[in-house]
Ligand binder design. Sequence first.
Ligand code: CUA
Length: 337
Amino acid sequence: MKRLASIAFATAIALFLQGCAGWQSALDPKGPAAGELAWLIWFFTGLCAVVWVLVMAALAVPLMMRSRQRAEPLALDAGADNRKLRVVMTAVGLTAVILIGLTLLSFFANRTLAAIGSDAALTIRVTGHQWWWEVRYEDATPSRILTTANEIHIPAGEPVRLLLTSTDVIHSFWVPSLSGKLDLIPGHMNVLDIKADKPGVYRGQCAEFCGAQHANMGTFIIAEPRAEFDAWWNDQLQPAAAPTSDEAKTGEDLFLKRPCVMCHKIGGTPAGGTVAPDLTHVASRQTLAAGTLTMSRGNLAAWIADPQGVKPGSHMPVVDLSGDELNAIVAYLEGLK
Ligand code: CUA
């Protein structure tokens, strides 16, 4: 019976701790900034747990002793008073030392975080919108500046500087496995340096309530080896792929004639809207609508046919399309790899 109980307890703890792992966990760090913060979280939690146990013990021991000494409750004992004073002063002194120690640890952790991106070779401007992320890769050569959305590719093992701002309300950029969170504020630029130690996909989430679809404002950091990252950047700089089927060609024509073109840009076509995600290589992304749907033909159709059903309140309007027209536009967008 005892054995069964301990197995059940161990299983419960294991399941509980399972929540601490994965691609969106501050306790499963995959970069130096997140590592520093995770260490700090565990150290603070551990130390505070020890202090809590000691305080509870200090409370429990006199309570138990008092019940035994009830025989002479009013006896005066100057020595005992002095001992009590010493205990209290020691406790106050220890508390001060611990608080100052934790403050210093936070201060030095901050300095470590600030040093991560001091030699960053890559700068990415991330702009928050209700409810998606505009991602712009800066480059000294204007023709190499790249704008995309919602997914941020970075070279693994290299520090990257993110410049964070917003066009509407305050959002907050948070990829827990890689770094702490930082706000995106209209009219203000915040700097966040990140680094992923190894290639992988790390999920991020807007961490500041920003309206109806705050929860559906996800982002993905895709860290890859330098050569793959460079190849990706070069691919993304290319204009959109020309439609390869009649249906896709019809879709392109429809896209350019309908209101889609007012908001979205597709490189190499007259579509040049900038208030919504750039769709030049939309089908190369893993999700749609900032992590709301996985990228697939069916989800593209669902999103275009009923954006308010998928993401109520989003600024994507319903465009009146027949079934054939919808299929054609989906066939076109699906080819934008
Ligand atoms: Cu953007 Cu919450």
